[in-house]
Design a protein around this ligand. Sequence first.
Ligand SMILES: *Cc1c(COP(=O)(O)O)cnc(C)c1O
Length: 468
Amino acid sequence: MTDEKTRKNLLSSLPKVDQVLAHPEIQAHSGTVAVMIVKAAVRAEIDLARKRVLSGEITARDDLALDQVASRAAARAIDMNKPRLRKVINATGVVLHTNLGRSPLPEEAIRQITLVASGYSNLEYDINSGKRGSRDDLIEKIICDLTGTESATVVNNNAAAVLLALNTMAKGAGVVVSRGELVEIGGAFRIPDVMAASGGRLVEVGTTNRTRIGDYEKAVDDDTALLMKVHTSNYQIVGFSEEASIEELVGLGKKKKLPVLVDLGSGSLMDLTRLGLTEHEPTAAEVVKSGADVVTFSGDKLLGGPQAGIIIGKSKFIEPIRKNPMKRALRVGKLTLAALETVLKIYMEPGLAAQNLPALKMISADKRSIAARARRFARTLDELPLEISFVSAISKVGGGALPLEDMPTTLMALEAEGLSAHDLEEQLRAQDPPVVGRIVDKKFCLDFRTVSTSELSALRSSIKAALQ
Ligand SMILES: *Cc1c(COP(=O)(O)O)cnc(C)c1O
């Protein structure tokens, strides 16, 4: 432990901000790193040095030398200058990983985003008439064509879509929902909470595992405005269970003159069993066909597009939704529209969607092709001090979609002398780009289902750096 006097001496030899700023190593970054970032980095390094003197961690003047502090401040400035929202390599095998940004976008969508972002666009301008247009007009037709609905509008995400639909259709009135469908999707999205925020009044019917159409009918009174069905995306009730079908709800709605709202959650635009999945996820078109008045779903779950909430249905319900002032607050920007339009257009040729949409391509990849890619990649790691093996496992769709669907995969397990699975996991996460994998049977594993070919060389560099 340093005594009071030594500490005082050390503190007085701390370099001053201006001295560090004038140091050549800091000056070398003046063109590439903003001055505010450089100053903040220098101050942070000096503060840190002061704290370390006070805690007794620094006891020698050498550690406070101007060269040393400048060099640490320069490294800190470079680090602070990196974007906080960064590219990550998802080797978890979870395709729609919500924490890792859900669906990757196809090249064409990225090109269209770039084009629209780099200049002006006809976002709200009708090129034919030279008058004001509506951003919904740009994609309404294609959504209608793909889902067989009358009208469509788009908001920031499906949570916003549900909030807006409820606020428009049932503010201050009763909404009948089955107890088995009062789901939490993750984060703050819980049906009862969204209902409360929308101004609708939740009328729960049935039980957790069984709800019949009669339960809805008994709950309807003069104050009821809406019948609602929520797709229990991320969990399933199995065993002794029963639910009312959309058709039954639509029948009841006709009898009682009440509209039916369906929160479809993921909302696929094609039959995913065509991609080899065993579970059938209802498509938006099927739900429209079954007579639902309004249907909401996400843009970045099984649809494989940008974050968005799509609201489709009968014009008489969509029009008021569009006019709700809340719509203005929840609407999407031009970059989202650019990507969404491109992705939707890919679905116009359903046979190609699985090839051209990264998320669908990853979902449809079979175990053999994943194993082959993993083995090919393993050969590029030959010279690294690694023990590589291959393990059969399952990958998941993620994003709260198809929780019971197990997609067979082959994992590449990495072991390195002197490093535990947790060490490896931590090291790979610390690289640029960070690599996120998973630990299975005490081994750190990569699932190539979610790693694209264009990421392989970056993955290799990150693995190499992690071992140093
Ligand atoms: C995912 C989901 C939501 C929320 O959708 P976001 O696009 O993430 O806002 C709402 N309802 C259901 C049933 C869902 O599965």
